[in-house]
Design a protein around this ligand. Structure first.
Ligand SMILES: Nc1ncnc2c1ncn2[C@@H]1O[C@H](COP(=O)(O)OP(=O)(O)O)[C@@H](O)[C@H]1O
Ligand SMILES: [Mg+2]
Length: 338
């Protein structure tokens, strides 16, 4: 019998975060012209667990719900349905005061460090702010802590009285990382943290994140729109399509044995530089645009773009099942049938 993800999750103390059937539907009804309620299904039934110390990569095309999922995990949005447990505490049931306290345990790093940093604050104050708000340290100790954080992220401490605009994009992302680290969080949600940076800077930031993960035993959720960006940093990868996870497994299994046609399409859109490795991978590109999350396709939401779709795919929603240990896929067919 195929196991579902849920039966794998219970009573596991290696797990930091656990999501059960999480949904976020935005009300997008046109109140002037229509009485009918319309919902945009940004996140549509996601179950997953994140282990302590791992990096879970989340990939998918723009608009598939990655940031909404990140914001739900951060407690910045309330789910329409579902549970979000951080070490057993359901974040969705906490009141504002308790959520604020719990917040110190999880932080976010954003795609655009410039818009997430207050332009009128000096770097020192930007990094010190969470330490002051949560009343962690003050005075000389606060000063030392901020300077240590600057060193940790590779910023010159003599720049502590500068403003964000005086730094390059990569340095600004380092400021954002130092601020996120200030409260010694357990989990950091990195929402496309390198996509706005020059290619040459991207690997420096990825290396920094990896080093900090080792030093502080951090757990990361690393969001990106393409597989190449998550490849090096992730232990496991979840592939999202229209608000759902279509495939979830270890990085090695995903690249070695991708099972969902969408994942195979994403992989074949990565240029393969070595011509001897090209084979028929190049022929499996995904065509067409991502459908609207207000009116998603029936059955398997990927059916209208899937080169292998059958009538069953149009009618029945595939379940998310374990095909090999730790490898979950939502597709009616096995890769060998396709
Ligand atoms: N506050 C909101 N109200 C209505 N729709 C939203 C809101 N936030 C996001 N969306 C929609 O939800 C879908 C998923 O968005 P998002 O999570 O930002 O995707 P991604 O990060 O993968 O690009 C998109 O169609 C987006 O337009
Ligand atoms: Mg996003």
């Amino acid at each position: 019998m195929q196991k579902t993800l849920k039966s794998n999750i219970e009573d596991d103390n290696t797990q930091l975060l656990y999501l059960e059937d999480v949904k976020k539907y935005f009300d997008v009804s046109d109140r002037i012209f229509s009485r009918k309620k319309e919902y945009l299904k940004a996140v549509d039934g996601i179950s997953l667990k994140v282990n302590k110390g791992e990096t879970l990569g989340i990939v998918g095309e723009s608009g598939c719900g990655k940031s909404t999922l990140g914001n739900l995990i951060m407690g910045l949005l309330k789910p329409t349905e579902g549970k979000i447990l951080l070490e057993g505490t359901d974040l969705t049931t906490l009141n504002a005061k308790h959520l604020k306290k719990k917040r110190s345990e999880f932080q976010m790093i954003f795609q655009d460090p410039f818009s997430s940093l207050n332009p009128r604050m000096r770097v020192f104050d930007i990094i010190a702010e969470p330490l002051i708000t949560h009343k962690i340290v003050k005075g000389k100790e606060l000063e030392q802590r901020v300077l240590n954080l600057m060193e940790d992220v590779g910023l010159d401490v003599s720049y502590s009285d500068r403003f964000p605009h005086e730094f390059s994009g990569g340095q600004r992302q380092r400021i954002g990382i130092a601020r996120a680290l200030a409260l010694k969080p357990k989990l950091i949600v990195c929402d496309e943290p390198i996509s706005a940076l020059d290619v040459s800077i991207q690997s420096q930031i990825l290396n920094l994140l990896s080093n900090l993960q080792r030093k502080y035993q951090l757990t990361y959720i690393f969001i990106a729109h393409g597989l190449p960006a998550v490849k090096h940093i992730s232990n496991r990868i979840a592939v999202m399509y229209l608000g759902s996870i279509v495939e979830l497994t270890t990085k090695d299994q995903l690249f070695r044995n991708p099972m969902h046609p969408y994942t195979r399409g994403l992989l074949s859109s990565i240029p393969i530089l070595d011509p001897t490795l090209r084979g028929n991978k190049q022929n499996n590109l995904i065509e067409g645009d991502i459908p609207s999350p207000v009116n998603p396709p029936s059955g398997c939401k990927f059916h209208n773009r899937c080169p292998f779709a059958t009538d069953k795919c149009k009618e029945e929603i595939p379940s998310f099942t374990e095909r090999e240990p730790g490898h979950f896929v939502s597709c009616h067919y096995s890769i060998f049938d396709l």
